[in-house]
Design a protein around this ligand. Structure first.
Ligand code: CMP
Length: 140
């Protein structure tokens, strides 16, 4: 599989508990390279725009409120099949259903405060990376 890039977000539940380094270690141990990274406080408008695809879902407003409840760390991960690899490392959306040894099993609090976001396809990864980063901020 070719090297590709995916967008990762370390969410407010994880930054609040000082888990950025522990989570980054999981990525690096899995062969994913952090080629861009920044910590920021999302505005409500930015969080709504990022999750626009979920606008009609019943959990949308709660999700937006959670994502602006503290700082997040947005990052670009690069590696062989990075989108799928990152989804394996993260585990299922609901930590109660996540496999042992995954980030969400080990760190997430619940389905909303689930510690990390990862792009679900290479197409969405390109869109999500462009949401947070300009080309000059990404160094392989
Ligand atoms: P994420 O990968 O960031 O994409 C959308 C997020 O919505 C998801 O992770 C969850 O944190 C959040 N979410 C909250 N409730 C639900 C739910 N019932 N089903 C799916 N996602 C949910």
């Amino acid at each position: 599989m070719a090297a590709e890039r995916t967008l990762s977000i370390i969410k407010p539940d994880a930054t609040r508990r000082n888990l950025t380094g522990a989570i980054n270690q999981r990525f690096e141990e899995a062969g994913l390279r952090i080629v861009a990274q920044k910590r920021l406080q999302l505005t409500r408008a930015q969080a709504e725009a990022f999750y626009a695809v979920h606008r009609e879902r019943p959990f949308f407003q709660d999700l937006v409120g959670f994502m602006i409840s503290g700082p997040v760390v947005a990052q670009v991960l690069e590696g062989e099949g990075a989108v799928a690899r990152n989804r394996e490392v993260m585990g299922a959306t609901d930590p109660a259903k996540a496999d042992a040894g995954t980030i969400r099993k080990d760190f997430a609090e619940n389905i909303e405060a689930n510690s990390v976001h990862g792009s679900d396809s290479p197409e969405n990864a390109a869109t999500e990376i462009a949401f947070f980063f300009s080309q000059i901020e990404i160094t392989g």
